[in-house]
Design a binder for this molecule. Structure first.
Ligand SMILES: Cc1ncc(C[n+]2csc(CCOP(=O)(O)OP(=O)(O)O)c2C)c(N)n1
Ligand SMILES: [Mg+2]
Length: 584
């Protein structure tokens, strides 16, 4: 193990478990942490104060986990969150599963009962270890104060290796409050485990040759990229392969930013909603799937791609390959490493390949232009209530190239997934597609804004998702961040309402919300609040929000209430589309 930068900075001597936790996190140079205290972890909180580490009280531990997840996605360093015994720990659950499914490196701490009294109906006690275990990549129960540094070291190694994920340290009260004489060697930190990607593996050479041969033979190859490209930071390798071989790139919601959406080889989102990418998939003769699970949304509920199209599947998790579609060639390895190897294996072919694919590549601007023309009335719509496509276009026009957009689970994520354009490669569009919970937008925006204080950060969320998390506006204000929250106000649990419209002939149940003025609510909470009903005012409102650097802004956007016009396009789960519905 490398000595690391912190080697001279290690503590030694008698200290309690909470202090040992905080010292290790200090040495690991973690960023701001998110949690809510309780008796069990108070020595940890005390140590945070003494060491001057940043920790934010959050109003719901789920939000702490969401904020830590977004922090990690922006910085590539593990996000840290904590919850106290019982309800604090169980509230972490949803956020941890988001991180588990999305491959986000996270360290979570949960206080647990004093073992002298466990199972005697202690207040807040529950079987939290069993509840949380399947929600994380590894759950480590800490049984001795003396082992805290070692097990936290293990937590970082697990969180950042392979497909990254959250690791939970379950810390009994007596372990946290108990003391031990530590030596400075106990606090060794392995710097190579503190950020992702940690330790790359390369696919097998023979498999690379096979994949290269398949690509070389193909006339219409297409790259389908998922969130794994961000975890691997494989942007340059992806671009090199695509440009050298003339292979267009389509992305999932999580994979957006693999290549700038504005790049000529980007064909946009594929799956449930698509501009031109689904058509290109259907016409392809070789699909190269990179860091992508090919789950329900990416495959339009397993309708895409046709089984006859050979598929090369590159993934860091061997068991993910072929799960939903058999792979003609399985490449087990890191995305960047695998793309570099493919690029090298195909280098001699590059000129011939580009020549052979000239007509294929020339189709793309034509197809995009046709799509743009067809979509123009929506993208430029002046209608009131505001059209979602117009909102997305205004975001494209207004958000600077280096800005980050966090997108919540409802229409906010699906519409921007389809229509929002990143202008440079990188993780600048952050949707919570791991578990697709609503409510991620605001806390995710907090995590992203704290991770990139100099960067313009906006979060787009539904009104339902915002209602769920309203309390975190207080957190955002207390943190003094210039986060811009865009509320897609359709006075409904809109996706549900749209599905009830399409599938149940408008028999609506439990999908309407009270019409609220979220700008007024924001102002009452000491934030900037702007309500926008006129689409021509959207750009100015977003610019005003971004200009606020020390307090959050809420832009309440009144969008369509008509459930027949809410979906970005036909959702192929709905069998029936009625006359008058817009099917994008
Ligand atoms: C925690 C959670 N509950 C339920 C759902 C199912 N769901 C998906 S979209 C949606 C509608 C959410 O309403 P809102 O946040 O207002 O977004 P809208 O669809 O109206 O844009 C719901 C309930 C979910 N994804 N997450
Ligand atoms: Mg809504």
């Amino acid at each position: 193990m490398s000595e690391g930068a912190g080697a001279t900075n290690r503590p030694a001597g008698r200290m309690n478990g909470g202090r040992a936790l905080a010292e290790m996190l200090r040495l690991a140079e973690v960023g701001p942490m998110f949690g809510m205290g309780g008796f069990q972890l108070l020595p940890f909180y005390d140590a945070l104060a003494q060491l001057g580490l940043r920790h934010f009280l959050i109003n719901d531990e789920r939000c702490g986990a969401f904020a830590a997840d977004a922090y990690a996605r922006v910085t590539n360093r593990p996000g840290v969150c904590d919850g106290t015994l019982g309800p604090g720990a169980t509230n972490l659950l949803t956020g941890l599963i988001e991180g588990l499914n999305a491959g986000t490196p996270m360290i979570a701490l949960a206080g647990d009962t004093n073992r002298a009294h466990s199972w005697k109906n202690m207040t807040q006690e529950c079987r939290q270890v069993e509840i949380l275990r399947p929600a994380v990549k590894e759950l480590i129960r800490v049984e001795q104060t003396s082992r805290i540094p070692e097990l936290l070291r293990r937590a970082f190694a697990v969180a950042t290796s392979g497909r990254p994920g959250p690791v939970l340290l379950d810390v009994p009260e007596d372990v946290c409050h108990g003391e031990h004489d530590f030596g400075s060697d106990d606090f060794a930190v392995d710097p190579s485990t503190l950020s992702i990607p940690a330790r790359r593996i390369r696919p097998d050479r023979a498999d690379i040759s096979q994949a290269a041969a398949l690509i070389a033979r193909s006339r219409r190859p297409l790259i389908l990229v998922g969130g794994g490209i961000h975890l691997s930071a494989g942007y340059q390798a992806l671009l090199s392969l695509a440009e050298a071989q003339s292979i267009p790139i389509a992305h999932t919601m999580s994979g957006k930013g693999a290549i700038a959406c504005t790049h000529p080889l980007s064909v946009g989102l594929f799956g449930r909603y698509s501009r031109i990418a689904n058509d290109l998939i259907e016409a392809s003769d070789c699909l190269l799937v990179i860091g992508c699970k090919l789950g329900e949304i990416a495959t339009k509920r397993y309708a895409l791609p046709r089984a006859s199209i050979p598929l090369i599947h590159l993934d860091i998790l061997a068991e993910e390959i072929g799960r939903c579609r058999p792979a003609a060639v399985a490449l087990w390895g890191d995305a960047k490493a695998g793309l570099e190897d493919l690029c090298e294996a195909l280098a001699d072919e590059a000129r011939r390949a580009r020549n052979a694919r000239t007509e294929y590549i020339a189709e793309i601007p034509t197809r995009i232009a046709a799509w743009r023309e067809e979509a123009a009335p929506r993208l430029n719509s002046g209608e009131r209530p505001i059209h979602m496509a117009r909102l997305c276009r205004e975001l494209n026009d207004t958000l600077p190239a280096d800005s980050i957009l966090v997108a919540d689970g409802g229409f906010a994520g699906h519409w921007t997934g389809l229509l929002y354009d990143t202008k440079s490669p990188g993780r600048r569009f952050i949707p919570d597609r791991g578990l697709a919970s609503i409510g991620y937008g605001l806390p995710g925006g907090i995590g992203a804004a704290l991770a990139a204080p100099a960067t313009p950060v906006a979060a787009i969320t539904g009104d339902g998702g915002f209602n769920m998390m309203l309390g975190e506006l207080e957190t955002a204000r207390r943190a003094g961040i210039g986060l811009t929250v865009i509320v897609v106000n359709n006075a409904a649990s809109g996706y549900v309402k749209a599905l009830q419209h399409a599938m149940f002939r408008g028999r609506y149940q439990s999908c309407d919300l009270v019409e609220m003025d979220y700008a007024a609510i924001a102002r009452a909470m000491g934030c900037n609040g702007i309500r926008v009903e006129d689409p021509d005012r959207l750009g100015g409102a977003v610019r005003e929000g971004l200009a606020e650097r020390t307090r959050p802004s809420v832009i309440d956007v009144v969008v369509t209430r008509d459930p027949g016009r809410m979906l970005p396009a036909v959702d192929n789960r709905t069998a029936e589309i009625r006359q008058g519905d817009r099917i994008a």
